[in-house]
Write a protein that binds this ligand. Structure first.
Ligand code: ATP
Ligand code: MG
Length: 728
């Protein structure tokens, strides 16, 4: 027997050694689903199946990188680099780079991130003479996104009775019109938004049988992790790809489906057995991750969901410590408690920083933990939040690079045409856009033919200079790598100089950020040039693609000794020795927006299940009686999920206001409401502040450095990010 099979249990081994025909593994958290998937890929390769013929779709690019690494370890060679592993978006983006011309896009198409999409939407909404206060771009965007993920195009959207009723009900009947205009504008700009990466892939396979056949032939073995979170378009694409060989293996847990707000549908799991004949179904019931206490609590809570495939998840692991349920006065106390406990656990149980994770429902909750960790001198890292790449100076710089690669990219072009200021004012830009629309040509074409449009001499000269400069950058694309082009852009646009001359604190930070960006492009350019089964050219286009596709959880560095802070969504599939699930309060978790229907509430409960099952040995659940949200002090009851946990596995503690008295909090159990009543004076802001200090500062004070997220957003290819110690 091969070594890699030895440690597996019977069901796991069965799944790993099932080679041909459809296979479905539905199993609870920590039962080894991902391990089975990984081992199975190694097994296939061990049998002589070519890595080039294997496609594995994961939820984050980081998961993909990890998988590849483990496979190399198992096989003892580097053949795994030829595998096609990645997220749906990254794999399809890569394929579209070679095929997009067939459906009318340039192969160098731009990928619009959420910000870009909203900005285009805003333009389109205004052009349609609609009010963007009513047709809020983010609302419209999520509507369009839903439609795309359900494979509903603009035409169908406009005629679908049900959709139209919905839009009428929210008094936004023009969304269909906006959708149509938005799609047309993206196309004209040679740009795809995130949803298009899936939608266009589907269209490509649908429209061109020869392309479909080629990829069916290439991907003889297909594997999908976290299948419960796939949406309709993902489902349809994989169904098309798998149709010829039917060697498709999906792995999932219906109890961990947490993306229905993005159109994921659990039906895909249920449908699988109907789609293929002779599906082999494997159930994994042993959990290898968590202590008995943790697993039992998770099992009990999820039982409250009605729509769940019944599962019997058990573990051989030790009983372990009881789950600590901790109440604090305020969110600041909560932060302090967590930092204190981390310090204490490190001393007492010899943990490292990297053994701890703090998981929250929303990104905004990170603040109090950051502050207390910093005060204690504990190194930490935040995953997600305001991305490095969302900062203005970075977006400006990248906008230049985008236009260099794709002149049709109107969003980027408008962003930089007069930045740094070069005498092409707002009115001129408006005129340019109007000309472009009238003549149905791109903005870039108007600029190139500026002489024909009657601009004033000075303006014309500015435009011509701009065009000449951009052409110069473009001329380098063929033979210069991404870094070389970027350096020229920084220099000739005066972008770097402009920031350098700004000697304010913010200006300095912006200058450093741009330097950091250039560093990261350099590192990327110099990193190994074979990834995901393909030789990567170090072109500017390739660089832009990979930074747009970075996902929240992708910037993990296993070796960095830092406490990890992230949302529960970002923690999917991960595990940590000690987990703090914080802010377990009504209106926060479950979220106030998700308690109106059973479906929504059940999704919140699954999220809670995901959170709890990340923990291996120790689990802390904390909640605060009062916290500042959106600038106001609000009081909250303990989350209803806490009431659903069996008492015998739980230790209740009060770690209250300011005094740090960790006395036991007896009798909290049955009536969180009673406790709630005890804090009536919280209605009075002044008395609260007197007791517990002022509300958290709205602006960072001088000693509060901005969130150190720089190292977190380096592209995955970059060498180990520098971890910043947050000294008190
Ligand atoms: P999730 O539902 O959270 O994605 P999962 O089902 O994918 O979890 P894995 O992450 O693959 O589970 O495995 C959980 C842990 O259990 C990992 O640390 C893994 O190494 C370990 N594990 C899985 N199977 C075995 C086994 N047969 N023997 C020892 N450890 C195992
Ligand atoms: Mg997993």
């Amino acid at each position: 027997m091969q070594d890699y099979l030895k440690g597996l249990n019977k069901e796991q081994a069965e799944a790993v050694t099932h080679v041909n025909g459809p296979l479905m593994i539905v199993a609870g958290a920590g039962s080894g689903k991902t391990k089975v998937l990984t081992t199975r890929i190694a097994h296939l390769m061990n049998l002589g199946i070519d890595a080039f013929n294997i496609l594995a779709l994961t939820f984050t690019n980081k998961a993909a990188a990890e998988m590849k690494e483990r496979i190399e370890k198992i096989l003892g060679n580097s053949n795994a680099r030829n595998l096609y592993i990645g997220t749906f978006h990254s794999v399809f983006a890569r394929i579209l780079r070679g095929e997009a011309h067939r459906i009318g896009y340039p192969n160098s198409f731009t990928i619009y991130d959420t910000d870009d999409s909203r900005s285009v939407l805003k333009t389109v909404i205004n052009e349609l003479n609609l009010d963007d206060k009513h047709y809020k771009p983010n609302v419209v965007h999520s509507r369009i996104s839903q439609a795309k993920n359900a494979l509903v195009g603009p035409a169908e959207y406009a005629t679908d009775h049900y959709i139209q009723q919905e839009d009428m009900r929210s008094n936004r009947p023009a969304i269909a019109q906006i959708y149509q205009a938005y799609a047309a504008r993206c196309f004209k700009n040679g740009a795809m938004d995130f949803d298009d990466l899936l939608l266009k892939m589907y269209e490509l396979l649908q429209t061109f049988p020869e392309v479909l056949h080629r990829f069916q032939h290439k991907f003889k073995y297909i594997m999908i992790d976290e299948y419960q979170d796939t949406n309709t378009v993902q489902y349809q694409i994989t169904k098309l790809l798998a149709a010829a060989n039917e060697n498709i293996c999906v792995v999932g847990d219906d109890a961990q489906s947490i993306y229905s707000f993005r159109g994921a549908t659990i039906e895909n799991i249920l449908q699988f057995q109907k789609d293929y004949d002779d599906v082999k179904v494997v159930k994994l019931e042993q959990n290898y991750r968590s202590s008995k206490s943790i697993l039992n609590v998770a099992n009990e809570v999820i039982k409250n969901n009605k729509g769940q495939i019944p599962k019997d998840l058990w573990t051989d692991n030790e009983e372990g410590e009881k789950i600590k349920l901790v109440r604090t006065m305020t969110d600041n106390d909560e932060g302090r408690f967590v930092a204190d406990t981390i310090q204490e656990q490190k001393l007492r149980n010899h943990y490292y920083n990297r053994d701890f994770a703090i998981l929250y429902r929303t990104n905004a909750q990170s603040r109090s933990f950051e502050e207390s960790l910093r005060r204690m001198g504990i190194a930490y890292k935040i995953f997600g939040g305001v991305s490095f790449y969302q900062r203005k100076e970075i977006k400006d710089f990248i906008a230049y690079l985008r236009v260099v690669v794709n002149t049709r990219d109107e969003e980027a072009l408008k962003r930089i045409i007069n930045y740094p200021v070069r005498g092409i004012g707002k009115t001129t830009i408006e005129k340019i856009v109007i000309f472009a629309n009238e003549q149905n040509i791109t903005v870039w074409e108007v600029l190139q033919r500026a002489g024909e449009f009657g601009f004033k001499a000075g303006t014309l000269e500015s435009i011509n200079n701009f065009v000449t400069m951009m052409r110069y950058f473009q001329s380098m694309l063929g033979d210069k790598n991404a870094y070389d082009v970027a350096v020229q852009v920084g220099k000739h646009t005066n972008l770097v100089k402009e920031l350098f001359n700004d000697k304010t604190v913010e200006g300095l930070a912006r200058y450093e950020n741009v330097q950091e960006l250039l560093n990261s492009i350099k590192e990327w350019t110099e990193s190994p040039d074979s990834e995901e089964g393909e030789v990567i050219e170090k072109s500017l286009g390739a660089y832009l693609q990979q930074i747009t596709l970075l996902t929240d959880a992708d910037d993990d560095d296993e070796n960095a000794d830092v406490v990890k802070l992230m949302t529960i969504h970002a923690a999917k599939g991960l595990e940590f020795p000690v987990v703090f699930v914080v802010g377990v309060e009504e209106t926060l978790f479950p979220s106030a927006m998700s308690i109106n229907t059973r479906e929504e509430l059940e999704e919140e409960r699954r999220l809670f299940y995901v959170a709890v099952t990340r923990a291996k040995a120790r689990l802390f659940l904390t909640y605060a009686n009062a916290r500042y949200r959106f600038g106001n002090l609000v009081q909250n009851e303990a989350s209803r999920f806490l009431d659903e946990m069996p008492e015998q596995y739980i230790d209740k503690t009060y770690a209250g206001g300011g005094l740090h008295n960790k006395g036991s909090f007896e009798n909290a159990g049955s009536a969180y409401q009673r406790m709630q009543r005890g804090f009536g004076d919280y209605n009075d802001m002044a008395s609260v502040e007197k007791r517990y200090g002022p509300p958290p500062a709205k602006k960072a004070g001088p000693e509060r450095k901005p969130v150190e997220s720089k190292p977190s957003y380096m592209p995955p290819q970059a060498t180990a990010p520098k971890v910043v110690e947050h000294k008190p």
